[in-house]
Every structure is written in structure tokens, then in C-alpha cells.
Write a protein that binds this ligand. Sequence first.
Ligand SMILES: Nc1ncnc2c1ncn2[C@@H]1O[C@H](COP(=O)(O)OP(=O)(O)OP(=O)(O)O)[C@@H](O)[C@H]1O
Ligand SMILES: [Mg+2]
Length: 249
Amino acid sequence: MIEIRGLTKTFKSQKVLDGLDLDIVAGKITIVMGPTGTGKSVLLKHVLGLLKPDSGSILVEGRDIVAMDEAELTEVRKAYGVCFQDSALFDSMTVGENVGFPFTIHTKLSREEIMREVSTLLREVGLAGIEAKMPAQLSGGMRKRVGLARALALSPKVLLFDEPTTGLDPVMTTAINTLIRQVQQKTGATSLVISHDIKGAFSLADYMALLYNGKIAFYGTPEDFRNTDDELVRQFVEGKLTGPINPIQ
Ligand SMILES: Nc1ncnc2c1ncn2[C@@H]1O[C@H](COP(=O)(O)OP(=O)(O)OP(=O)(O)O)[C@@H](O)[C@H]1O
Ligand SMILES: [Mg+2]
């Protein structure tokens, strides 16, 4: 579905992505993991076309999005459901308006129909009935789930999640992982999930990729990750692998 080839990105003198290759298989869940600051969010922003690489290509169903202009990108992004790391809710809109936003701009559904869809989505993420609240009134975990509900609107073909469970308690983490799996099974969506939750990743992923030093250092099924004696993977799974240390942040 998505083929990333030779992706390279440097910010000032800092090389974040260094010829990264990754295939995101259609209809499957691929989880990208890696220490903090290794470029996971930067990778996701390239897949969305929000950042342009210095070199490399990103083929989405055979078309290189790196070469696309804003109008073409907007078209491609319609098929994407995105949940950003910081939730990225519209602060001046209610929860209901936030979750309903994709319907408002991309469909001709009536207000009532949209409200019905919104109420179903909120129920799915365990937040039934909070339509009238403002984002500022919510906890971080709740904002995250509202972002998730918005990403699931329009049953997108491609789902991109940046740390969907970070900051949530273990019960809610399991619930969100189960939801991601259910959505993928129900809609056959291609999912790219960025996650720190190694335990969750093992149960959720069809494929896992470890990002380190600007490249995918290891790629395989959860089984491959369990069985490998690759030193980096072992260190990461055991929580010993650290990211780049930047003296100035
Ligand atoms: N727009 C930008 N301009 C300059 N540097 C950036 C920009 N975006 C990211 N970086 C740098 O690129 C590096 C990778 O950032 P990124 O946010 O992708 O890390 P991450 O792997 O998602 O980390 P985390 O797990 O903490 O979310 C960091 O050193 C960051 O400071
Ligand atoms: Mg990040």
C-alpha cells in the first residue's frame, strides 16, 4: 500500500532520517517503534506529506506523494484517518464538532446524521455523551480518545496513529488497542501505528519495525521480534536502548 524508499531528512545539521526503507502492507497493522527522538513522528509527517524529504520517495498505491502539490495531497489525505501525538483537537470547537468535522467537510450528511455518527464513534472510544464538552475540559487521555474517534470517522482506507495509547492507563490502553484491531478487521484499513507500548505492540501488530539511527534497523512479525537475537531488538525490548541525546532541545 505504502512503499517508502531511501527517505532522508536533515534538520539544520541533524540527520533524522537516513535512507529509510519501509513497506506498509495493505490491510495490515504495522507498528513503528523506537526510542524517543529517533524520528518516528517525522516519518509519519512525511507519509502525510506535511514534511518534504531531502531525498527519497513515498509511493501510495503506486503514486509518489513527495512530488505532489497541495491539491493532490489533499485528495490523498481524504483516504487517511490521522491521530496525532498531541491529539490536535480544534480548541474552539466542542468535542462533537471535532469528531463531526470530517463529515462536515467531506460528506453531505445532515446535521442529525452527523450527530448520530459522532455519538456512535464516541461510544466506541468509551466517551459516550460528552459531545457538548470543550477540549480544554478534558484530560489528556480523553483528548487522545476524541482524536481517535475523529480519525475513525469516514472509515478511512489508511489509518495513521502517533502514540495512540501513550499516557493512558492500562485498561484504556487495552481498550484502544482492541478498538484499533476491530476497526482494521471491520474495514480492512491499512494501519500505521507509532507506539512506545512494546507489550501492546506484540499483541496488536501484524508487522513491527524498529527505527534507529535514521533507518529501519529491524522489521518482521511479532514472532520474528520475539525470536531474534539481534542485539538492538533485544536491548529495545528490554528497555535498554536509548535515543539520540540532544544537548540543546
Ligand atoms: N520541524 C522540525 N524542525 C527541526 N527539528 C525537528 C522538527 N521536527 C522534528 N525535529 C527533530 O527531529 C528529531 C526526531 O523527532 P520526532 O518528533 O520524530 O521524534 P519521535 O521519535 O517521534 O520521538 P517521541 O517518541 O518522543 O515522540 C528530534 O530531534 C526533533 O527535535
Ligand atoms: Mg513522536
